[in-house]
Design a protein around this ligand. Sequence first.
Ligand code: CA
Ligand code: CA
Ligand code: CA
Ligand code: CA
Length: 484
Amino acid sequence: MRRIALLAAAGALYAGLSAEADDFGALVELQLLQSSPDLFGVETPLIAPVTATGDGTGHRTKDQAEADQIETARGLSARFVTRVAADGIADMVLWPAEAPTHLMVCTGGSRTEIGFTPDRTVKFNPSVQRISLTGGAVTTVLRGLDTCGALTATGWGTLIVAEASEGGGVYEILDPLVLTEAQVLDRESGETSAPGRVAKRDHLPAISWRGIVALDSGVVYGSDAMAPGALGADRDGGAIYKFLPETVLDGGTITTLDGSPLARGLAYALQISCSKDELRFGQGCETGIGGWLEIAAPDARFEAGGFGATGYDRPAGLVRDPNAMGEGVRLCFATRGEPGVREASILCLEDREPGFATGSDGAPANTVRLSRFVDGDAGFNGFASLAVQPLRGNFIIGEETANGDVIACLADGADGNDRSDGCVRVAALKDISAAVRGLVFSPDGTTLYLAAGGSDDADMPGSDSFPTDDILRLTGFRPPEPKE
Ligand SMILES: [Ca+2]
Ligand SMILES: [Ca+2]
Ligand SMILES: [Ca+2]
Ligand SMILES: [Ca+2]
């Protein structure tokens, strides 16, 4: 009887689903959808996926409206922030964090000479851009990275950007609101056109960065977005890494790059064990407890594989959970999966002692616990971008698949498991050539910024000798009701 009452209450909104809701699982899904104003702050989630249009070329044209690019849950509305950000957006962060005026954007593209600067030196691909939240003006901060893959703001006032390429480097930028049109002149040596403002950080691991988190102390976590088997049959996928600074910061901002904790330190890769009493690592033990193995930063990938670090399926989108209880820090990341083949997932690790790294001596170090948080399915797959919504604490996942969804997942509640309590679809891209990337929320949790990254640009004019991507803002996420 209760089931029938619930179905009746769902009314016309979910009429299509009600007909199918003849079992317990479908009933739970329906309840989640009905509760979405309270749980997700959106009136009605998207029920059906957006289905592919076109062959992936020429979807994007000059005179389109937002509705041609994205479908949103009822209650949300979409506006372009800009349509002329450089092509291949991988990641975005708001700047400055407390009262943002800009998006700092990491744009892809391998290192390429695209023309000449006014003073007739070679001009490279745009890699980091700042975009005004009010006018949408796009300014290039740094050029010449080999595929910018991740960036983050630090607690000491700098921006760090990292490459998603083999042997990817990390660069630290002082005052990215001022720096304009700097270039990386030599990736090997780290020589740039603005030595006081940009510094390469060779003590951080050289990996394909698709996720980076910096704690205020100077400890940095990252993930290597390498696919299992990429280096040969039976070779592990990318590992999770940690950097411990030689000099830990104790608050405050820096005024010169020499004062950064990233200048010197040691790099480690995460090894997970299936057992707490004896070290048992390897295939099948991707969740469990573990610790950090010291590795040489320039040979990070090689040493992580050789020493027995744990590999994942293209780990990306690393974020810190600001609402985590307990000691240390909780970080979550996406593993990609493949539609129709293998589920994507969100995995989370709790590092009890962020400032320490205990290596393998035959027994598990037991300072890290890594577990599953979200399992994808046929409709939710290709996870690659992740954000946590302020105030609500929901996790927002971006898909890197055709017609990629933006998925909102609840944090774990008082139920017996450690998993998210449920996920709904809040938006979906209409351009099958683009991926959902760079998810980031306004500090009040009501506006979500996202990029339609890597869109095909056959029918779009370029900007500044380079193809372009759209950045959108989704407004209308209702803040949670104040707790009584
Ligand atoms: Ca999907
Ligand atoms: Ca629970
Ligand atoms: Ca749960
Ligand atoms: Ca594009």
